[in-house]
Ligand binder design. Sequence first.
Ligand code: ARG
Ligand code: ZN
Length: 879
Amino acid sequence: QPIRLADYRPPDYLIDRVDLDIRLDRQATRVIARLKLRPNPQGKTGADLVLDGDGLRLKRLLLDGAPLDIHANFVTPDRLTIASPPHEPFSLEIETELNPAANTQLMGLYRSGSAYCTQCEAEGFRRITYFLDRPDVLSVYSVRLEAEQTDAPILLSNGNRTATAAIEGTSRHFAVWHDPFPKPCYLFALVGGDLGAIHDTFTTASGREVQLGIYVEHGKEPSAAYAMDALKRAMRWDEEVFGREYDLDVFNIVAVSDFNMGAMENKGLNVFNDKYILASPETATDTDYAQIEAVIAHEYFHNWTGNRITCRDWFQLCLKEGLTVFRDHEFSADMRSRAVRRIADVRTLRAQQFPEDAGPLAHNVRPDSYYEINNFYTATVYEKGAELIRMLKVLIGAKAFRAGMDLYFARYDGTAATVEQFIACFAEVSGRDLTQFSRWYSQSGTPLVEVEAHYDAAAQALTLDFRQSCKKTPGQDEKLPFVIPIELGLLSHDGKIFDLVTGPQDGASAHELATGVIELTEPRRRLTFHALPERPVVSLLRGFSAPISLCYAASEDDLIAQTAHDSDSFNRWQASQTYATRLLLRSVERIRAGGAAESDPRFIDALRHVLKASPADPAFAAQVLALPGEADIAREIGANVDPDAIFAARKALREAIGSGLADELRALYASLAEDGAYSPDAAAAGRRALRNAALDLYTAANPDGRTLAEAQFTHAPFMTDKIAGLGILALHAGAERERAFEAYYEFYKNEPLAIDKWFALQAAIPEAGALERIRALMTHPAFSLSNPNRARALIGAFAAGNQTQFNAPDGSGYDFVAAIVLQLDEKNPQVAARLLGAFKSWRALEPHRRGLAEAALRRVIAQNRLSPDVKDIVERSLN
Ligand code: ARG
Ligand code: ZN
């Protein structure tokens, strides 16, 4: 039976206080939980108390100090039921014993390297002690941690540290942590271990000093400096932009190398996958730096959007995640180039969320039901959830948006809230009815907006006809219309912008004309713009003002003009992508019909202009040069997809650019050469991105590019350029490539994060034989399936990033990934279920591959003893 939002009931009991006494031991950690409970006035009186557990071993149980028989049938590893508990406040003392060393799921208390650490979101706390493991039970925690001093000289938990001392006459010590802010148990964390650290301080706007610490493996301390810098910038930004100040005396972050996800926002003690902390110019790329900045900010921002105000239930996950992703996007936009960040964010949305919305795993931003909540930490909840917040801001304006946020913080601080409560704050401050906007949370699928333009030269009038629709998705056959803000501009072909407000206009409100944002609320809408002496170029969906797919038959002339002149930089980029996509789609058809790819000198010419203008904004130019990816093209095709034809079309276009613009690319590559110190700032990163994009395209058509790439790989002092060189070599079979991979391994063999890149690049080689290479790499001493980063680097990069070989026409890629998923499922179901997500678009494949992919999925579902995680994904995928 799935868990349904409609079945939500408040808990029958509340837990006001939690005192944990934890004695850390690798195989036998002892946990004593002392809970102060009381009946919830909002709950059912006299109900049984049912505490959640997951694989627990109960050692002792006391109710109001009196021992209960732990062998009675009300105790199982997964549940503890106390029939008719007292009607007054009462206490429970629960002792459990855990084996962190044997915890391969990486949920609850586990070992990573030489440290103890925890991951409790979503339902990991029940693997530590019996509890009401639901986010609407908020408690004040005190935690006493005890360990051998040599085993765990560092002992951390949430909140402020109130005591620490050696234990007389023993080799042990303890620390006590107290968190005054009531929190749900998913925000509990502890870390124990022998770790190095860097420390700093931050003075909040109101003048309180906060002690900051980032804990890493000994020797890695210098690599945490950038994360610390990003943290301080994030703390300041949240004060300035959202008026949010930090609230405890300490803020600690711990980096661990075994982590299922990116990072976790535990109150006052964030735990991170170390790939989002550690960075040095020699080991991290520009992209890594940007991601570290974003994830540090994301987890920090959760302190208000997630922790101070949490979620009533897991259906509301987007309440904290979508909002916090929006906040981290805004932060990155302010720290870097807003325009380039927007392009990158939309790329991610389209690459990850659009296929989800178009396939069997489609679900609402706020789901109605689930079998396994871990499978809902998705691009839909996170990325589309962030787009909805952004859209809300577009609809009500920046001022009302900020007022709504302020109201939300004031009204719901210290509570577990819902999406309705959040939206009501914005309705209240803006005076707008947001009922229709709420449909974005309860209808899945990507809306399609079709636009037709008609220019009447005699009347000097432009008519725009809009039509919105949304395909059916699992469980939702009929969709109601969405409110869709379309930011609009009208341009002349030489780039002049027509002012929307001049002249009488039909169908648009004054507000729409003033803001340039047209709101679609009905299935159809018609607008007419008058007094236009020439047919304008219509710039639609500027800044990607809504998460929709837009269908508009812009002429090629218009797209070329937009690529050169659109004053909206997102649409300048979009026009180039649209042009390239159309060209690629035609080529795919021709290739499938046995012909050759289409060549189009106009596109090459347009790119020549982009290169010429590139000194003004190298990062932007690099985004234009990064053509639509294979998966983007597949998504545009939508059905009967042949990944080989897509690859061939894209390869041909890359070669055409490389030969058509050989001189320009070569010159650009030379002109952007830099020597000197590395700086991770956006401008320097943009120059490197453009330079490497130029070399990549140049090498696509010019064999001497490989010599340049090899030289760059060999001599570049910093990772960005080194890995770019290797990535280019990886696309071209030959001795240079093999030499480079060997040299890279030798150079980086003691840097796990750099070795992850080594595995990932090889897994993505788009050649027959890739799978043999991967099989061989699985026997490499550096490979391990139980480290999530490593497993994702090799298997994930293949399944999600190597379109032709994962989709090899003999089915070998599907079989391989399915077999690994089954193998991994026994150890780490969450990571296994994620890998299985690679099949999310299987129905869009051409019939032969579709049959093979389905057969692989059927083999997975036929296994008994599947985890709920994998079972849920495979069942929904096949439905
Ligand atoms: N709340 C974390 C974040 O987005 C993600 C934790 C996900 N954990 C999980 N087991 N699904 O910052
Ligand atoms: Zn988050």
